[in-house]
Design a protein around this ligand. Structure first.
Ligand code: PHB
Length: 547
């Protein structure tokens, strides 16, 4: 029996994870507090404290309209599982090669209790209304990998599956599943599913003939590790307009079996690697003094323990305590709670995260675009400097806006997402051009039509080349009334996880109202600070995306 003190400290972690889970299942990972109360069955005061704590930890943002939204920081949890399993790292490249070879969607899924959870998805979807993402789960009886995994189930596993199916007749615990009433499938009985699984196990492949939605077909084969244990399934999904199940099987099975064999080799010969790059945060630090009883320390500590579990092969209690700077007894309590909730397993005194961790927002948040990730930071920046802020990418001779938050209207033209301006006359264009490898930069300059847009526009290629060298050295560019009279703008680059510049961030302001000294002293630091915040989020959201 846990002592009442233990119960008091364990409860908030469980309830906090229930809140994250509820948000993860909501469209775009957002809900109002009142909806969170309804979704979790928790008291309003409990939800309030959990939200306060999660906001403080940076896992949640509260928008001006009142929605609570999961932030990219929540991805630390799922990434810990993905790094520890090493599946994206080892199996991602062969999966991508198979997708190229077949020109079809290829995925890798793992068993997650009685469900199937995707860990790798190569998006090549045509004519389908449904797409699954890494992190999404499907009921075992509704997809090709499920029958393969169920081939290894014992009687209690089938019982567990059956009980879950009875308690959730409409598959509401699977938010990724399309809910079209036009395609309600009846579930196989326990006997039918056992027979299907047995057959799939014997044959070594399984088919999905429109189990999920009309038109969606898939073939799956098992992927084994060095000890012949099935660790995941490789699937190829297509559409009935391209294939019948028979022709998909004909076309895909051989290359799939070869890829599965390569995957087994990758899993067998993997070299031991040191800890993954997810930084563990010091959970011993105490915002409790500042926030008082509204700050749920055991939730904060439990989340940092889960995020720290990224070592392949699992971590000992001592390693977890060290990574989180927590006392062993505290780390142990978090681990036991996480274990009882099905997020962590212990084998040979090592703790390892389980696929279920991906239900904590991974699929919703990792699918966000650069613009989605940048948007809330632009809102904060505009509130801070009271000028308009934007993000743009280089597109041929132009920059193209991908995100924008307007303060007041300094410009005559309306700028919206999709607006283009000649790159040479804009600050964002200049930091983007400055980031090009020198050969590409020279080629761009050689081709460019450096049109004057105002009396100030720099139109001399040699002069522009010099300005780009300065921008590269300084890490920012200022353009003063070269695009429009009266308009000045300052931009900095935004880097992706690999350090390459992926976009530019700017603040536009009135040249006559803002002295240059203020641009350097007030706007540039705010811009750099915002760029760093966006880059931190991009590093999480794009961590496992092919570049
Ligand atoms: C998929 O990769 O999206 C997929 C895989 C297996 C299925 C259905 C979809 O049965």
């Amino acid at each position: 029996m846990p002592s009442s003190a233990e119960e008091a400290s364990v409860g908030p972690l469980e309830r906090g994870l229930a809140v994250v889970h509820a948000l993860a299942g909501a469209p775009a990972g957002r809900l109002r507090r009142s909806d969170l109360v309804r979704a979790t069955g928790l008291a309003r005061s409990t939800v309030d404290r959990i939200v306060t704590t999660l906001v403080r930890l940076g896992h949640l943002r509260e928008e001006y309209g009142g929605d609570a939204v999961l932030t990219p920081r929540v991805l630390e949890l799922g990434l810990a599982y993905l790094h520890a399993s090493r599946l994206p790292e080892l199996l991602g490249p062969p999966a991508a090669a198979l997708a190229d070879d077949l020109d079809e969607s290829v995925s890798v899924a793992v068993p997650d209790r009685d469900a199937v959870r995707f860990v790798i998805q190569t998006p090549r979807r045509r004519a389908l209304s449904v797409t699954f993402r890494a992190g999404d789960a499907l009921p075992a009886e509704r997809c090709a990998p499920g029958a393969l995994f169920a081939a290894d189930w014992d009687a209690p596993d089938f019982e567990h599956w059956h009980a879950r199916a009875l308690s959730d007749p409409d598959d509401e615990t699977f938010p990724a599943l399309p809910r079209s009433s036009a395609h309600q499938r009846s579930r196989p009985t326990q006997e039918e599913f056992r027979a299907l699984a047995k057959e799939a196990g014997k044959r070594g492949w399984a088919l999905d003939d429109q189990l999920i939605e009309p038109g969606l077909l898939a073939v799956a084969v098992p992927v084994r590790d060095g000890s012949r244990r099935v660790v995941c399934a490789l699937s190829v999904a297509s559409h009935s307009s391209r294939h019948s199940t028979a022709s998909l099987y004909e076309r895909a099975l051989e290359p799939m079996l070869r890829t599965a064999q390569q995957m087994t080799e990758a899993l067998t010969t993997r070299e031991e690697r040191p800890a993954a790059p997810v930084p563990a945060r010091d959970a011993s630090l105490d915002p409790k003094r500042e926030l008082g009883p509204d700050y749920l320390q055991s939730l904060a500590r439990g989340l940092s323990v889960l995020a720290a579990l990224s070592d392949p092969g699992g971590m000992t209690l001592s390693a977890v305590a060290q990574a989180t700077a927590l006392p062993r007894a505290t780390a142990r309590r978090s681990l036991l709670t996480l274990q009882s909730l099905g997020y962590v397993a212990e084998t040979d005194r090592r703790f390892i995260p389980l696929p279920r961790v991906l239900e904590l927002g991974y699929s919703a948040v990792s699918a966000r675009s650069l613009a989605d990730v940048a948007q809330p930071h632009l809102v904060d920046l505009v509130h801070r400097v009271l000028e308009s802020a934007s993000v743009a990418v280089l597109d041929g001779p132009d920059i193209r806006y991908i995100a924008r938050v307007a303060a007041t209207r300094v410009m005559h033209v309306d700028i919206t997402v999709g607006t283009r301006f000649p790159a040479h006359a804009t600050s964002m264009g200049r930091v983007l051009l400055a980031a090009l490898p020198s050969g590409q930069r020279s080629a761009w300059l050689a081709e460019a039509d450096l049109k004057p847009l105002t009396a100030h526009t720099l139109t001399d290629p040699v002069g522009l080349q010099g300005v780009l060298v300065d921008a590269e050295r300084d890490g920012y560019a200022i353009v003063d009334q070269e695009l429009e009279e009266g308009l000045r703008s300052i931009a900095v680059p935004l880097h992706g996880p690999d350090g390459k510049v992926v976009a530019a961030l700017n603040i536009a302001h009135h040249a006559g109202r803002t002295p240059l000294s203020e641009v350097h002293e007030r706007l540039l630091p705010a811009l750099r600070d915002t760029a760093r915040r966006i880059e931190d989020d991009v590093a999480l959201a794009f961590a496992l995306r092919p570049s």
